[in-house]
Design a protein around this ligand. Structure first.
Ligand SMILES: [Cu+2]
Length: 148
């Protein structure tokens, strides 16, 4: 029996499919450099024209740290703060309304009118009790106590 001439088409790998063509990014798009990224050319979703209010000028500046006082909702937070002499306390107005930091009586706190987002630092050097208020809204009162 002679070998049947079923010549198998051996040798030579079958031609591959069309060479992977480079994905062409659309106009204004760049492809992330992912290896083997065969997923659908995900188009970056275009933000709809939402009429939502734009974010405020800066993110809400929530004071961090023990020496900060937030002015919010027509009140000082905390209303009673105790710091050591030599400490700088910073008030930050987080209200959309203007406020001030103004000592009651002869105290040293005399901020300008703080617009929304503005802050006022004051360094306390002398121990004592410092009562203050907002000169625009005198019902806003608070106290800083300065210890040795
Ligand atoms: Cu005020």
């Amino acid at each position: 029996m002679g070998a049947l001439g079923l010549v198998t088409a051996c040798g030579g790998s079958p031609p591959r499919g069309p060479a992977s063509r480079g994905i062409t990014p659309g106009a204004g798009q760049t492809l992330p450099g992912r290896p083997g990224g065969t997923g659908p050319a995900s188009s970056i979703p275009v933000m709809p024209n939402t009429a939502t209010a734009p974010p405020p000028r800066s993110a809400p500046a929530t004071p961090v740290g023990p020496n900060s006082v937030a002015i919010k909702n027509f009140a000082f937070h905390p209303a009673a703060l105790t710091v050591k002499a030599g400490t700088t306390v910073t008030w930050t107005n987080q209200d959309p309304e203007p406020h001030t930091v103004t000592s009651q009586g002869q105290g040293p706190l005399r901020s300008a009118t703080l617009a929304s987002g503005a802050s006022y630092p004051y360094k306390f050097t002398t121990p004592g009790t410092y009562k203050y208020q907002c000169s625009i809204h005198p019902f806003m009162t608070a106290t800083v106590t300065v210890t040795q």
